[in-house]
Design a protein around this ligand. Structure first.
Ligand SMILES: *[C@@H]1O[C@H](CO)[C@@H](O)[C@H](O)[C@H]1NC(C)=O
Ligand SMILES: *[C@@H]1O[C@H](CO)[C@@H](O)[C@H](O)[C@H]1NC(C)=O
Length: 688
């Protein structure tokens, strides 16, 4: 019987019997045919007929507030919708048949007091929406309303849900979405609920964490576009979850794992409990108990071999912990009914190819390798830098570039160490940290470091090759050498260039947040694709330059008109190795770059991590050895350093005289790059 008349406020009522109605209140017009009453111009509530069933109070200025006992003694009211500015704390009192209360688009500032409603209706619908000034939901806000509640609190100005807010209520569905400023749901907000909630929606809020208490009954969880919710509570919390619509795919990884793992282990326990239940109860209860307990123990044991592989260990995170010696205690046997393939958890958004459900480093054999590689790169390059810095020899172009190269490779080592640490820290539950890590400053730092290191290393390497080639090309003209100031200027340009390239993803061109290893693989926009392709081209170009330089050097040195063929083979070998490692290093960059540019991983991200660990840092590990540690030059520096520290004085002396001798020989031979260096060093040796 829905008759709508909304002048100021209309009261709809029905008479159940033909009993005589009360007389029409003053300032109201009653239409006895449609059983409706329209009142206007009144600044207080009229006395309602006893048989009133629905009350609609529309937006109007004359009725400014609902005073005490507004709906007093109206046992049949089932439906109240109101839009007002003020509600007295006892406005709603003793409304046993109320089934729906809507407080919509009002100017109220505090959460209305609803504790005295005491409705006997099931599935009471409470709709408090679009009240921009309601900021806080206090404790016990919903207690005493009804036996079971559907709570719609969306689109309010709620900022905070205080502890015990839902205390004493029996919840079914709780809608909290589109409270744009809501950032806090207290840990104990759902503490003390008599039952439920089974469905929670916190989409489009700023909630940062969900309470873990009182979530056991949840079957459906919605948190779409809740970008701040980066961490879910422990997944054990959601034992009955069947449907989840979340913001981040990684959370679905965790939730899906939970369900998959629970299958077999629970099944074993449930099977046992079933079989003990159906067993004829001829044995005494104590015997049965001990049998039961033993069997469950062994069931747990028998799970161990099943869980020997890595995947399963990961899932053991959600192991249903048995708190006591007796494993059946504390196990929720209600779960037995919900186990089965048909209750597979539905979760959105599903993980994409760039973010599969896996750890940062998913293959176990890569983990130790990553540590070895990163520590090697760090220590070797640190050694080179320290030696160069403490060396008392003259700073030549070569030594300067060596130092730059070592620094770049050191940064790469630092990046790898960072990734390795994050991997160890988040091992087997990365999905839990994925969004915190990938959207955080740490990942930006790692990505910047990685790209900067890689590009600076490539740039410096190219410079070194060009410098060597130039030195040999102009070997006969000593005045035509690359000078230190040229090198410094070129390196400053290099730093600026690499810094820009590394920082672009931070400021929005592409992004480091796409993958767990923090490389710029986001190619959503044209600018980002352009960026990735440019970086790729830079790397390929410099690789080609390096190749050409070394090939030309080789041809020049190999030329019989050049005098120094005895250094040929060694040099050729070294060049070949350098070019080869360079090429290997380029492979993952190409793979990453091309997959990003083509929007499709060429190989799975999981596999590409092998490239990342094994090939990408290859240069960083090999450069310090090829360019410094394995050279005579460096040995001499080290000896001098030790000598200064008072160690190995005899060897140093010996070495020094050897070098002097060698230097004298070399002086008379044509200057190949190494020889040139030894030459200048022997000069400085002579001087020292
Ligand atoms: C929770 O509600 C119960 C009654 O339902 C009450 O006795 C208790 O004091 C409330 N707890 C808090 C902390 O308000
Ligand atoms: C549980 O029992 C069912 C049949 O009742 C069987 O198919 C299943 O393999 C059993 N599971 C375990 C883990 O023992």
């Amino acid at each position: 019987m829905a008759h709508y008349l909304r002048v100021c406020f209309s009261i709809f009522f029905t008479t159940v019997t033909g009993a005589a109605l009360e007389k029409c209140p003053t300032s109201c017009q009653c239409d006895w045919d449609t059983h409706s009453m329209t009142c206007s111009g009144s600044n207080m509530m009229p006395r309602f007929p006893l048989s009133t069933q629905e009350v609609y109070i529309s937006n109007d200025n004359t009725l400014g507030y609902l005073e005490k006992h507004s709906f007093y003694n109206l046992p049949r009211v089932r439906h109240i919708i109101k839009t007002l500015a003020f509600i007295d704390c006892e406005a709603f009192k003793n409304l046993p048949n109320l089934k729906y209360l809507g407080i919509i688009n009002t100017g109220i500032r505090t959460f209305p007091e609803l504790q005295h409603i005491h409705s006997f209706q099931d599935d009471f619908v409470l709709e408090i929406v679009e009240n921009a000034l309601v900021k806080v939901m206090p404790a016990n806000a919903l207690s005493g309303i009804s036996e079971s509640l559907i709570v719609m609190l969306h689109s309010n100005g709620l900022r905070e849900i205080q502890r015990f807010a839902f205390n004493g209520s029996c919840l079914e569905e709780v809608y909290l979405q589109r409270n744009m400023y809501m950032d806090q749901i207290d840990k104990f907000a759902f503490h003390g609920v008599n039952c439920g909630p089974t469905h929670i929606d916190i989409s489009e809020t700023k909630v940062q964490s969900l309470p873990s208490i009182g979530m056991e009954a949840i079957e459906k969880l919605q948190a779409k576009n809740t970008w701040t919710l980066k961490v879910l509570p422990p997944l054990r919390t959601f034992i009955h979850l069947q449907h989840a619509e979340l913001t981040y795919p990684s959370h679905c990884c965790g939730l899906k794992m939970l369900r998959r793992w629970k299958g077999p282990s629970e099944m074993a326990i449930c099977n046992l409990s079933k079989s003990t239940l159906t067993r004829p109860r001829d044995s005494s209860s104590s015997q049965l108990e001990s049998y039961d307990s033993d069997d469950l123990q062994s069931a747990r044991m028998s799970n161990v071999p099943v869980c020997s592989d890595v995947d399963c260990e990961n899932k053991a995170l959600f192991h249903v912990e048995f708190p006591t010696e007796n494993p059946s205690e504390g196990f929720n046997f209600a779960l037995c009914n919900s186990v089965g393939a048909d209750t597979e958890l539905v979760c959105y958004p599903v993980p994409d190819p760039f973010n599969p459900c896996e750890d940062v480093i998913s293959q176990n054999f890569l983990r130790p390798l990553l540590w070895v590689v990163s520590l090697l790169a760090l220590s070797a390059n640190l050694l080179v830098m320290l030696t160069l810095l403490t060396s008392q020899q003259k700073l030549t172009v070569t030594r300067f570039l060596m130092g730059q190269l070592a620094f770049a490779d050191f940064c790469m080592g630092a990046y790898l160490l960072l990734i390795a640490s994050v991997d160890i820290y988040t091992q087997s539950h990365y999905y839990h940290y994925a969004m915190v890590w990938q959207n955080g400053a740490g990942c930006s730092l790692a990505g910047t470091l990685s790209v900067f290191a890689c590009e600076l290393s490539v740039y410096t390497l190219t410079l070194i090759s060009i410098q060597r080639w130039y030195a040999i090309f102009n070997a006969m003209r000593l005045d035509n050498k690359m000078r230190l100031r040229h090198a410094v200027v070129l390196m400053i340009i290099g730093w600026a260039l690499c810094g820009t390239v590394a920082l672009l993803p931070v400021v929005g061109v592409s992004s480091y947040q796409k993958v767990s290893v923090c490389l710029p693989m986001d190619t959503g926009s044209t600018a980002a694709r352009f960026y990735v392709v440019i970086v790729l081209m830079m790397n390929v170009t410099s690789f080609l330059v390096v190749c050409l330089c070394y090939l030309h050097i080789y041809c020049m040195v190999h030329n019989p008109q050049h005098q120094s063929s005895k250094y040929d083979t060694g040099m050729a070998k070294r060049m070949a190795i350098l070019i080869f490692t360079n090429f290997l290093c380029l492979v993952p960059i190409c793979f990453y770059g091309l997959s990003a540019a083509l929007h499709q991983p060429l190989i799975t991200v999981t596999d590409s991590k092998v490239l990342l660990v094994l090939f990408y840092p290859l240069n960083s590990c090999s450069h310090p050895f090829f360019y410094a540690i394995l050279t005579k030059d460096f040995h001499q520096d080290i000896l001098m350093l030790l000598n200064r520290m008072g160690l190995c004085q005899k060897q140093a002396h010996l070495y020094r005289s050897q070098l002097l001798y060698l230097g004298n020989i070399i002086l008379s031979v044509s200057p190949a790059p190494n020889q040139q260096r030894s030459m200048s060093q022997s000069h400085s040796l002579v001087r020292s």
